[in-house]
Every structure is written in C-alpha cells, then in structure tokens.
Design a protein around this ligand. Structure first.
Ligand code: NAD
Ligand code: SER
Length: 318
C-alpha cells in the first residue's frame, strides 16, 4: 500500500463485508480498516475498529471520510442483489451505478489509490454458454442487477484505460458462509438450507431441483478478494472483472450432501420468481484467466464446504 494507510469498506454490514472487514483488520491493523454501512455492523466489527454510518449516495460524506481516515483503498460492497433488485428496479440501478461512479471519481481525482468492486455471474444471460462459461463470451443479462453489473464492469475498465484508475473486480458466484446471512440474492437458498438442516426442519427450496449454479465458500471468496487486491498491478490484466469459481451444484445435490451428515433432512421444491433469474445464469464457470494471471486457486469443494458449514452451525446428527 502507498502512503495512505486507511482502508474503507462500504457495505460492511452485509454478507461479505462482515467477514471481509475482520480479515482485513487482522492483516492491516484494526484501526486502519474503517467499516461503513447504512445500517449498524456486527458486534465483532463494532468492537474491533472504526465504524461510520455512510450512505454511499451521499457523495460529500464519502469524500469527507476518505480524507478524514487517510483512505488509500476502498472496497465497495454496497449494492442491491438480484432478487431485491427485481422488486426495486430504479433504486437498484441508482445504487449499483452511482455508488460505483462516486468511488471511481474519487480515485480518478487522486483521493484513492485502489478500488475493489465486485461483479457477479449475473452479468451473463440466457444466450451465454451455460457450462464452463468462458471469461469472454455472449453476455446479454436479463435482470436489472445483471445489467447494472455488466455496465459497472465496462465503467471499471473505462476508468482504468482512460484515467489510470487501479480498479480490480471479481465476478463472484453464489457465496455461502455461516457467519452472516445473505442479503436478497437468488443463491441465498444455499445458505438458508443449512440453517433449516441444523435446526431439524425440512427445507422448501425456491429453485427447482435441477437448477445448477456456480458457488463458492466464503473463506475462498475472502481469499480471492484480498488476493486480487494484493496482486502486482501488471498481473491484473483484466480490468472489467474476472470469472472466479469454487464448485457448482443443484439443490438436490446439496441436499444429498447434507443428508450424508443429517440423514433425515428433507427438501421440497416450490420455485418462485427467482427461478427465472437462475435460469438465465451459468451452471459452471471457467476461471482459468484468474488462475493464470494472478494465481487464483480455490480450496473448498462441495464436500468440504458442507462439512465445515455444518460443524460451525452446530450440527445435530439425527
Ligand atoms: P449484502 O446485501 O449482504 O450487503 C450489502 C450491504 O450494503 C448491506 O449491509 C446494506 O446495508 C449496505 N448498503 C445498501 N445500500 C447502501 C448505501 N446506500 N450506502 C451504504 N451501504 C449500503 O450483499 P453482499 O452479499 O455482502 O454483497 C456485496 C457485494 O458483492 C455486492 O456488490 C454484490 O452484488 C456482490 N456479490 C455478492 C454475491 C453473494 O453471493 N453474496 C455474489 C455476487 C456478487
Ligand atoms: N449471489 C448473488 C445473487 O444471487 C449473485 O450475484 O444475487
């Protein structure tokens, strides 16, 4: 990191931010990592370092915090996710686009050295090759979330090429973790299912049994995020966003994996509006560019993730 030692995480109270802040604090020092969000943060985040309430749409306050904390790096996580965005189309577009513009503009003006902004598998659409989806291919997303992420990718690359902004991005697949709850996505079922399973309840899935989606365990997502941010600049050859993946499964395959630990766990299927969103997304991802360029490697398989989730959530074997 350059002379500015502060790191600002925007959207720090969400599924990723809750875990990312703690990992950044353990690496760079508690007082150097400023958590910020519209809503309050977890006890762990609040007690371990600075927290500031921030609406990223408030440009002046964002600027003021960047100066006040000598911020060199920003992780911009504030967004409306796929399912929520379909219910709140214009608010989602405004937050997902203007939040990014405000941060990119601060970097362009020299107030920030480096920006992390996540994209998503939602940038792909129904005409994209579904299996082993390549880094560069037909996109044509059909959700407001996917359209905002694809537009965001193009703007990241534009700010890098035109203004030299050091912006880095990953197209996360669905993320699964036990420390924080997901915030309105189509892949949320893959977290909810574990909570039902450990409490001995049946699970009703809002996606159909054969809906295959790419996924990643949160520890791998945090390592990927910090990995691309710490990579030497010349290794980050793609400045739109990198495909990254861990594994892929259908709801049935995940339920079968859970049943290896909790034999009487049961699942039923009642697809809702989120099925149409999932139907437009890839089933698996080719992340060879991330592996070749800056050394991305996942550690967790479906089997290892399931065992770890259940043990942390306090599995009761029936
Ligand atoms: P989340 O919904 O759990 O968290 C987002 C956080 O942003 C929330 O705490 C929310 O309060 C905050 N926020 C909302 N509006 C804000 C505003 N105006 N100002 C400041 N904060 C605001 O989301 P997440 O799962 O942690 O995702 C973080 C990022 O990663 C998003 O850009 C999302 O699109 C992307 N992503 C997530 C996944 C996933 O599976 N979780 C997959 C692909 C991409
Ligand atoms: N997990 C996210 C969602 O379902 C993908 O970006 O919205």
């Amino acid at each position: 990191m350059a002379s500015k030692t502060g790191i600002l995480v925007i959207g720090a109270s969400g599924q990723i931010g809750t875990e990312l802040v703690m990992e950044l604090r353990s690496r760079y020092g508690n007082s150097n990592v400023v958590a910020s969000d519209l809503k309050t943060a977890s006890k762990e985040v609040l007690e371990s370092g600075p927290f500031e309430q921030l609406d990223v749409m408030d440009r002046d306050r964002l600027h003021q915090l960047v100066v006040q904390y000598n911020i060199g790096e920003v992780y911009l996580l504030a967004a409306l996710l796929s399912a929520t965005a379909e219910q709140k189309v214009m608010p989602a577009w405004n937050l997902n686009m203007y939040g990014l513009f405000y941060v990119l503009e601060l970097a362009k003006e020299g107030f920030i050295d480096k920006v992390y902004w996540p994209s998503s598998i939602a940038v792909f659409g129904p005409n994209t090759p579904k299996q082993n989806t390549p880094q560069s291919t037909i996109m044509e997303p059909s959700t407001v979330y996917g359209i905002s992420k694809l537009a965001g990718e193009r703007w990241c690359e534009y700010y890098h090429n035109r203004y030299g902004v050091d912006v880095r991005s990953l197209r996360y697949p669905g993320l699964i973790g036990y420390k924080s709850n997901p915030g309105g996505g189509t892949t949320d079922y893959a977290v909810d299912i574990f909570h039902k399973a450990v409490s001995g309840q049946p699970f009703e899935c809002f996606l159909s049994e054969n809906t295959r989606l790419p996924m990643m365990y949160m520890p791998d997502a945090i390592r990927a995020t910090i990995g691309i941010m710490e990579a030497p600049s010349d290794k980050v050859k793609i400045r739109s966003s990198y495909n990254v993946s861990g594994f892929d499964f259908t709801p049935t395959e995940l339920a079968e994996e859970i049943q290896k630990h909790i034999s009487d766990f049961s699942i039923s299927y009642k697809p809702d509006f989120r099925q149409a969103i999932a139907d437009g997304w890839p089933g698996s991802i080719d992340d060879s560019s991330a592996r070749a360029d800056w050394g991305w490697q996942n550690e967790y398989s479906l089997e290892a993730m399931t065992a770890d989730m259940l043990s942390h959530l306090g599995q009761t074997v029936h």
